[in-house]
Design a protein around this ligand. Structure first.
Ligand SMILES: Cc1ncc(COP(=O)(O)O)c(C=O)c1O
Length: 384
């Protein structure tokens, strides 16, 4: 199989950073188990703790607040399933725009799940959140509020300052899915309101199979995987040292490699090019504050599965909806929550750029898209 020439799906997985690859390969040569007290074990432990310090630095956390997990999905499940149990939550509040990792975890708690909507811009409805908090206060209930910082589909940056102020000032608990914000926006876990936060390695140039839950001391009992006392008893299972080493190296290097102004410039060029090719293109979330790397758009009447196939044939990899739902091509729950009609949502394509994206990638995407568009116009005769 030939490798795709143009990769524009960084929100699904970022290409491995060279620094992370080097750290991975070096750690593969170190034998032992980090729990062992002998010198081999200690060498492994040193790698894990150095990586923990690096991840903590990028997250604005203290190293002891970082618990390595098998993925962000697992970290989210730990925060929501174990968190609601250990923190004695009576109900959960999630937004309609959460990643399925959070939505499914919330359902799995068996507790009442209250869903706060998104507005047409893609922002979480904070009035509704305020109403939920006030209602819980009146009923004497404790809530676990689980919200995301940056939406993986639209790139909308949620009003995190206001969320932190609102929930932080209450007696309820706050979990933030910071997977798409990590490395791209300044995180200050230790000094901000969230009780727990989830981040992932493979969105910042590490490898899939490792994530982290950031936890404050009062939530230290939040445990999902019991076992041999690893991660200070907060997550059982021998640590995947090479993957963690790569995570640490990526956390150190991502900020240097990822030039947010340059990436944003490329994304704006891409939007300008799209508008020139198809002036009726709709860019979702563009009235809200957006992370610079994500363009989620639709050309009305041009089905995304067909468009993606055309792009794929040209060697250009983009995503429709959420690529995390393993190959699923279907209407997005995020766009539905924004009130986008199903027909238009089925035309949505997500382009996400990253640390190694270049102007030539944008040009190649636009050239391939022009071909896809021409085929669509010749078949349907729609003024697409
Ligand atoms: C916002 C968000 N949360 C959670 C996840 C899940 O991360 P992981 O693949 O590490 O389980 C993703 C993956 O795309 C994501 O974008």
């Amino acid at each position: 199989m030939t490798r795709p020439a143009i990769y524009l799906d960084h929100n699904a997985a970022s290409p491995l950073l060279p620094e992370a690859r080097d750290a991975l390969v070096a750690a593969l040569g170190v034998i032992g188990n980090p729990s062992s007290v002998h010198s081999h074990g200690r060498a492994q432990r040193e790698i894990v703790e150095a990586a923990r310090a690096s991840v903590a630095r990028l997250a604005g956390a203290e190293p002891r607040q970082v618990v390595f997990t098998g993925s962000a999905t697992e970290a989210i499940a730990q925060a929501i399933i174990a968190g609601s149990r250990e923190l004695r939550a009576d109900a959960l509040v999630v937004s309609a725009g959460e990643h399925t990792a959070a939505l499914r975890a919330a359902e799995a708690t068996g507790l009442p799940v209250r869903i706060v909507g998104l507005d047409a811009k893609g922002e979480i409805d904070l009035d509704q959140l305020g109403t939920e908090l006030a209602g819980a206060d009146a009923a004497g209930e404790t809530l676990l509020v689980a919200l995301h910082w940056v939406n993986n589909e639209t790139g909308v940056v949620q009003p995190i300052g206001r969320i932190n102020a609102l929930v932080g000032a209450s007696r309820h608990y706050l979990f933030i899915d910071a997977v798409q914000a990590f490395g791209k926006l300044p995180l200050d876990f230790a000094a901000s309101a969230p009780d727990m936060m989830a981040v992932s390695a493979h969105k910042i140039g590490g490898i899939a199979g490792v994530g982290a839950l950031l936890v404050k001391a009062h939530a230290d009992t939040v445990r999902l995987v019991p076992g041999g006392g690893q991660e200070q008893g907060r997550r059982g299972g021998t640590e995947p040292v090479p993957a963690i080493a790569a995570f640490g190296a990526a956390a150190e290097a991502f900020g240097v490699r990822y030039d947010s102004n340059a990436v944003e410039g490329l994304a704006r060029d891409l939007e300008t090019g799209l508008m020139a090719l198809a002036p009726q293109t709709i860019v979702f979330g563009n009235e809200a504050s957006r992370i610079g790397n994500t363009v989620n758009f639709a050309v009305p009447h041009m089905n995304n599965a067909v468009a993606m196939m055309g792009l794929d044939l040209a060697g250009v990899s983009v995503s429709s909806g959420s690529a995390c739902s393993s190959g699923k091509v279907g209407p997005s729950h995020v766009l539905a929550a924004m009130g986008i009609d199903k027909g238009l949502a089925e035309c949505a394509l997500r382009v996400s750029l990253g640390w190694n994206s270049q102007g030539s990638d944008v040009a190649a995407f636009l050239a391939a898209f022009e071909t896809v568009l021409a085929r669509h116009r010749s078949r349907h005769g729609k003024a697409a």
